[in-house]
Design a protein around this ligand. Structure first.
Ligand SMILES: Nc1ncnc2c1ncn2[C@@H]1O[C@H](COP(=O)(O)OP(=O)(O)OP(=O)(O)O)[C@@H](O)[C@H]1O
Ligand SMILES: [Mg+2]
Length: 364
């Protein structure tokens, strides 16, 4: 039912532009994650969709109806607030049953809905407790239960899993997604955790400084981000500045600092063009000898991360490089020299940003 559309939505708090001309559309039944660093406007955006705040400019449509001025009580939605807000004098059970009670449902229906919601998020055993008697994680679960029991078609979740233990967090991610899909709900899930965003959503909206930088399916954002900021924020990448040296036989040769050359399959480049090359740590490897597409580097640090080992190297070009190796064949010693080999199929190229690379990647 809820197709959501935002047109030119801006929000200012005095001099702060929290949102700047945001346009965005989502379909009924979609699970969308809003991802971005702290202060980029995620909560502001979700509060405007909820009707808690009016936008300074622009309009919000649900099912093609302009609802910009409609208050939250009249928008049928379940909301999980970033700073968990439960009714402090009510037990978990009564918090969960709040919305069905306000809607005037029978005691039986209230009981059934709240029980189901509490069961789903795993707070059934704490149903008789007051919020003050619960851990932060359990309070967060109770507030999720309250939103789910509302049976609204639209769920707005602002950092709904932030207070939970890593393992519970991952379990609840899947439970949430399954629930939304099974019940045919529409969900907007705010997070600053890129892994959470990618694993839970159909599409991810990447935000920065009050603007939408890029929207895409998780695999697309990870494999082929259109924007440098996305390449840095969604997963990690190494960035190297270079210049197009030559283009021949469907291959471009990119000159890095220190006159190092990498050859990549690409034709649409202009000789002399300044570029930034990006590559993920798992697409670099180490070899003892020099070879094609490799540059010399010194291992400065190697860290065991479980199934992979993260190495930090200083390349001849002066760049710092992160390389992830499967732990089973990571035979590296700190302080030794090695050659970092670039897999050309996974190299991403971007025009060199006019504001400088550091500025383009900066989180705030
Ligand atoms: N009520 C308010 N009054 C004044 N400024 C505000 C208010 N709410 C938010 N802001 C400002 O608007 C900007 C966006 O804030 P918002 O809370 O939307 O960010 P966020 O992306 O949700 O951040 P976080 O990840 O830390 O929750 C920030 O600069 C913030 O300081
Ligand atoms: Mg927020």
């Amino acid at each position: 039912m809820p197709d959501i559309r935002l047109e030119g939505v801006s929000k200012r708090f005095g001099k702060i532009a929290a949102l700047q001309k945001v346009d965005f559309e989502m379909r009924d039944g979609e699970y969308v994650a809003i991802l971005g660093p702290s202060g980029c406007g995620k909560t502001t955006l979700i509060k405007i969709i909820a009707g808690i705040w009016p936008p300074t400019e622009g309009q919000v449509f649900i099912d093609n109806r302009d609802i910009t001025g409609v208050p939250i009580e009249e928008r049928d939605l379940g909301y999980v607030f970033q700073n968990i807000i439960l009714f402090p004098h009510m037990t978990v059970k009564n918090n969960a049953g709040y919305s069905p009670r306000v809607k005037g449902l029978s005691e039986e229906q209230i009981e059934e809905r709240s029980r189901k919601a509490m069961d789903l998020v795993g707070v059934l055993e704490q149903q008789g407790y007051l919020p003050s008697e619960l851990s932060g994680g359990a309070q967060q679960k109770a507030s999720l239960a309250r939103a789910l029991a509302s049976k609204a078609k639209l769920l707005l979740l602002d950092e709904p899993l932030s207070a939970l233990d890593a393992r519970v967090k991952v379990e609840l991610r899947y439970a949430l997604r399954r629930l939304v899909k099974d019940l045919g709900l529409t969900a907007i899930h705010v997070t600053h955790d890129q892994e959470e965003a990618m694993s839970v959503a159909d599409r991810v909206i990447v935000m920065r400084k009050g603007e939408i930088v890029e929207v895409g399916e998780p695999t697309h954002l990870y494999d082929a981000p259109r924007n440098l900021f996305t390449a840095n924020f969604v997963g990690e990448s190494n960035f190297l500045e270079g210049t197009v040296h030559s283009v021949e036989d469907a291959k471009a040769r990119i000159e890095l600092r220190g006159e190092q050359i990498l050859t990549i399959p690409r034709t649409t480049l202009r000789v002399g063009q300044p570029v930034v090359l990006a590559i993920r740590p798992e697409h670099l490897s180490l070899q003892p000898e020099d070879g094609d597409n490799s540059i010399q580097a010194r291992v400065e640090e190697s860290r065991f991360m479980g199934f992979y080992t993260r190495c930090r190297l200083r390349a001849e070009t002066g760049d710092e490089l992160l390389v992830d190796l499967p732990t089973s064949d990571a035979r590296v010693r700190e302080g030794t020299d090695s050659f970092v080999c670039f897999n050309p199929d996974f190299i991403l190229l971007y025009p060199r940003p006019t504001e400088g690379l550091g500025e383009a990647l900066k989180l705030e």
